[in-house]
Ligand binder design. Sequence first.
Ligand SMILES: CC(C)(COP(=O)(O)OP(=O)(O)OC[C@H]1O[C@@H](n2cnc3c(N)ncnc32)[C@H](O)[C@@H]1OP(=O)(O)O)[C@@H](O)C(=O)NCCC(=O)NCCS
Length: 162
Amino acid sequence: MFSVERITDSTRPFVDKQISESWGSPYIVTRGLRHDTRIQPGFVAIANGEIIAHALYRIAEEACEITVLESLRPNQGAGSALVKAIIEVARANHCKRAWLITTNDNTHAIRFYQRFGFALKAVHINSIAELRKLKPLIPETGYDDIPIAHEFEFEIGLEEPK
Ligand SMILES: CC(C)(COP(=O)(O)OP(=O)(O)OC[C@H]1O[C@@H](n2cnc3c(N)ncnc32)[C@H](O)[C@@H]1OP(=O)(O)O)[C@@H](O)C(=O)NCCC(=O)NCCS
């Protein structure tokens, strides 16, 4: 079992280190913007005193973007629990939607988010070329040696039915 907790000063250094290791830098780029993950709020899942997953978000224009989600112990429910925690925050902040970007190679994440309840909103064809100008570290190929070229945008509506 694990608990879900807000990222605090004591868990932030681990999350920062993990993000830099996994994504090559503290910066993530989505939809033409570069964000510094070190100042973004988020949650960690903790099991037996160890961080087993982390997630970050940013809220702007009545929408909540999940900017980072990474599970260090997959298939135990931690990823889903962190997405749920962010959606609760988004609702509390009157966001109309939660959204995220994943790249076209990340078929596991594409499956995960759809099974969670996110819907495909847009495919931004060849948008990664522009993002590479902001973050040259983005590799040419990703999961399963698939060329990384497009952003897949997923969203989940948060407005109460009228
Ligand atoms: C995508 C990712 C975050 C999912 O995290 P996770 O912790 O494995 O997520 P969950 O455990 O909640 O769900 C994963 C699967 O485990 C299943 N699961 C959840 N709890 C479980 C349990 N107690 N026992 C067995 N399976 C379980 C879920 O049903 C889900 O199954 P599915 O793949 O058939 O849909 C993770 O694979 C990851 O870190 N990927 C690399 C980074 C990445 O791609 N991030 C997203 C970029 S946008």
